[in-house]
Design a protein around this ligand. Structure first.
Ligand SMILES: [Zn+2]
Length: 376
């Protein structure tokens, strides 16, 4: 079904690019179900494309995922056969910068993150609770920490959430979340802003939605599926808010969100430095455009390196204006769950030298706290 997740205008493109249509049909014939194609990110490249010609050529192909469009080009992900398809069509590409194993080895493993979260929630059990909302493909628990005064009580105070690392190879968000959790817990009763937040908001933080991808240093989960293209999308024919056929990580977040009443949230990525506001999936104005722009500007203005972007004015962008995303978590959570969500791209480098993580945290700390306060 999901390969039909195509808008009407993409049919128009298909007519134009019928010469390259063989790729889609060749792929479909290799799969029993076409749903295996959509969001599959087995192969990845960087396509240099200053004129954006290739971008316009490929952007509506449902089996391909475009990410981090810039004036230099874009990242392109797709199923096995994508690279052969590019070669056959004489489209130039480079290998995506591979993450050096040496550098990656300096980052904690998903299991070390789990141990850290366990130890923190044991130490601060009066204001924190660790629980899993499901399991990844490789059966890793999907950990969420709740931080709040009277943490065991589920009451009427506003609910807020952060989710990071849904793309496994975008690791900075996970590290920032662990640092934020530590600060929240050990500054409670000391720092007035943090104390006020924990007293008045029920804070939920999921440092890693894709621990398998983090372990594999891959964008997709262990099934090579892009979780940020795996949610229901109100603008396509995959628009039923049902979990059937989706990845376990996506299902876990969907079910969890259905049980809660989040009003504000953010999800964190890497590969660019910008605050992205809805919609991602359609070009018409978001009903609360002024509010989401204001929230984005506020975040960016408190994160100096994002605000001083030379690529994005004031460090913010409308999602669709940047590039269209179908099946993303941001638009799903707003459209189906009335949970207002921004997407924050934290770092141009997906795995910066680990020693730079503290710099990124310090640059984002005020913005993170202020954004949480907006839940009030
Ligand atoms: Zn991402």
């Amino acid at each position: 079904m999901k390969s039909q997740k195509v808008k009407t205008h993409s049919f128009f493109y298909c007519l134009f690019f019928i010469c390259i249509g063989f790729f889609h049909s060749a792929q479909a014939s290799q799969n029993n179900s076409s749903s295996e194609i959509f969001g599959n990110v087995s192969e990845s490249v960087f396509v240099p494309d200053v004129s954006k010609e290739i971008f316009h050529l490929l952007k509506n192909r449902p089996e391909l995922t475009i990410d981090h469009l810039s004036d230099k080009g874009f990242e392109l992900y797709g199923p096995k056969g994508t690279i052969a398809f590019l070669r056959n069509n004489k489209i130039n590409f480079n290998q995506v910068d591979s993450i050096s194993n040496q550098l990656a080895a300096t980052y904690p493993s998903p299991e070390e993150i789990e141990m850290e979260l366990r130890s923190l929630t044991t130490k601060y059990s009066n204001i924190s609770r660790l629980f899993s909302i499901g399991s990844s493909v490789k059966k890793r628990p999907l950990w969420v920490i709740k931080i709040s005064k009277d943490v065991a009580v589920d009451d009427d105070r506003p609910e807020f959430k952060f989710i990071a690392n849904m793309h496994g190879d975008e690791i900075v968000g996970r590290e920032l979340m662990v640092r934020l959790i530590k600060d929240l817990l050990n500054q409670y009763g000391k720092d007035p802003q943090i104390t006020n937040l924990i007293d008045r908001v029920q804070i939920y933080i999921m440092p890693s939605m894709n621990p398998d991808g983090a372990a594999l240093k891959s964008r997709g989960n262990a099934n090579s599926v892009d979780l940020n293209r795996n949610f229901p999308d109100f603008s396509t024919n995959d628009n039923k808010d049902i979990t059937t056929g989706r990845e376990p990580e996506t299902q876990a977040v969907m079910i969890w969100e259905t049980k809660r009443r989040f009003k504000l949230s953010a999800n964190f990525h890497g590969g660019a430095e910008v605050v992205n506001y809805p919609w991602d999936t359609i070009g018409t104005d978001f009903p609360k455009k002024d509010l989401v722009k204001e929230l984005s500007l506020e975040y960016a203005s408190l994160a100096p390196y994002i605000n001083s972007s030379t690529t994005f004015e004031n460090g913010i962008t409308n999602g669709f204006d940047w590039y269209e995303v179908n099946g993303g978590m941001q638009d799903w959570s707003i459209y189906y769950k009335k949970d207002l969500q921004l997407t924050v791209e934290l770092s141009n480098q997906k795995w910066p030298d680990y020693s730079r993580i503290d710099y990124f945290y310090q640059q984002n700390k005020e913005a993170l706290l202020q954004f949480m306060e907006r839940a009030l």
